[in-house]
Design a binder for this molecule. Structure first.
Ligand SMILES: Cc1cc2nc3c(=O)[nH]c(=O)nc-3n(C[C@H](O)[C@H](O)[C@H](O)COP(=O)(O)OP(=O)(O)OC[C@H]3O[C@@H](n4cnc5c(N)ncnc54)[C@H](O)[C@@H]3O)c2cc1C
Length: 398
């Protein structure tokens, strides 16, 4: 995945304070990252949808900066359920959605040193019943990722179904499909404020004022700021910076065969990246919402942890980037109507799973906005509207 081009952003004044010459939209979605794009796609056959994006390029922020991984064993239980519920879409998207496969099977290896065996046991106990993970030994780990230093791994869990996601194909497929179904995407349309009156939102943006019956908050790291701009109480979502860097591959054909290798305590991960190696120190540094940039120290930590696990020397870093993974206190998606403002819908707080959960979360969000129950098959996989609802946070207690 290419690192995002950094740009100096010039803030311009709103072009107009007039209400746009258009009938009110059924739904206005703020943010054209993976969350906003996927929801627009699922709604646009039945609803009149407007997507408002501040940047001139959708996907400029977190969506364009991910590690592009699909692991059903990764994250909080409700996130894992949404990931499993998304698999069917990834494997067979609607006709014409994308020209290439959205998933490429690679496997994931959750590795533990001797001193991390308890953490591995804990993960195994929690998850092997689901049949996703297999307990394997050190020799298996080295057979999968020959770069691992002899003696570094004591035991591992193997997830054969883990895959690489073609994030650009997924995101573009959603945006293209949403437009084909009638949704309107307005870039360069930063939301400044929104007021709700007589059943309609008046949404003030840099591209003019729009009216909509429902306002969806899919603004990633800015989700709490959007709530405040709309007079809705924030939920205490916190963006955390995560750093990724690309270093040269050791042997091109060998590197291409490795799975994702992830430390069981998530202290680092690495995986092949077009013949090179993608490393992350799995950092989580709280940050205000911004155009995140990597810190030298995090790159150095990524390199040091990779070198320790593999006994190889990294001679140079080819490129690096950082993005913001935005979390609720329980590290679970916030998906549902606000309990105090029933025309304001939250689609935020996906943390490090927003790409792999996008297909199922978009279907759930679309169902709720259209006043329907969640897809029946999802309940059997453990997806529940209550576990995702913003109503689970007690604002009085905050
Ligand atoms: C390093 C890293 C690795 C990751 N790896 C993975 C992975 O392997 N697998 C996975 O599933 N997930 C991964 N993630 C997480 C995933 O990338 C995110 O969960 C997901 O991209 C969030 O999507 P989003 O649409 O909510 O946010 P964004 O992509 O940030 O989109 C939000 C949009 O809202 C717009 N916006 C904000 N404010 C306004 C406003 N006032 N008006 C109009 N528009 C506004 C922004 O410009 C932005 O385009 C990773 C994240 C990082 C940083």
């Amino acid at each position: 995945m290419a690192s995002p081009a950094r740009r100096s952003r010039r803030r311009r004044r709103p072009r107009s304070c007039k209400v746009a010459d258009a009938p009110p939209f059924d739904v206005a979605i703020v943010g054209a990252g993976i969350a906003g794009a996927s929801l627009a796609f699922e709604l646009a056959n039945e609803k009149n949808v407007l997507i408002l994006e501040r940047e001139d390029m959708p996907g400029y922020h977190t969506t364009g900066r991910s590690a592009a991984f699909f692991s059903e064993a990764y994250g909080a239980p409700a996130m894992r359920a949404l990931t499993t519920a998304s698999r069917a879409f990834f494997e067979s998207p609607p006709a014409g959605f994308a020209e290439q496969e959205l998933l490429r099977a690679s496997g994931a290896l959750y590795v533990a040193r001797e001193d991390q065996r308890d953490a591995l046991e804990h993960m195994a106990e929690e998850q092997t019943a689901a049949g996703l993970l297999e307990k394997r030994d050190a020799a298996f780990a080295r057979a999968q990722a020959s770069v691992l230093a002899p003696g570094y791994v004591a035991a591992c869990l193997w997830e054969p179904g883990a895959s690489e996601i073609d994030v650009a194909a997924l995101h573009q497929g959603y945006l293209r499909g949403a437009k084909r179904r009638g949704a309107i995407l307005r870039c360069d349309a930063e939301l400044f404020g929104a007021q709700y009156e007589s059943g309609l939102w008046r949404v003030a943006t840099r591209a003019g004022v729009f009216e909509a019956r429902v306002l969806v908050n899919a603004a990633g790291a800015w989700a709490d700021a959007i709530a405040e701009a709309a007079g809705v109480a924030p939920l205490g979502l916190v963006p955390f910076r995560r750093t990724v860097c690309i270093v040269p591959g050791i042997d091109d054909t060998l590197v291409r065969r490795w799975p994702l290798v992830i430390d069981v305590d998530e202290d680092f991960y690495f995986k092949p990246d077009a013949g090179n190696i993608l490393l992350s120190p799995a950092d989580e540094t709280p940050s205000p919402p911004c155009d995140a940039a990597p810190d030298e120290i995090d790159i150095a930590i990524a390199v040091e942890r990779f070198e320790r696990a593999t006994e190889t020397r990294v001679c140079r870093v080819l490129r690096s980037w950082a993005g913001l993974r935005t979390m609720a206190a329980d590290r679970t998606f916030v998906l549902g109507f606000d309990p105090d403002q029933p025309a304001f819908f939250w689609l935020a707080g996906q943390g490090g799973q927003g790409i792999q959960t996008a297909p199922a979360s978009a279907l759930c969000a679309a169902a709720l906005i259209m006043g329907r129950p969640l897809p029946e098959a999802f309940a059997k996989m453990g997806v529940s509207a209550d576990a995702l609802s913003p109503g689970r946070f007690s604002r009085k207690a905050q």
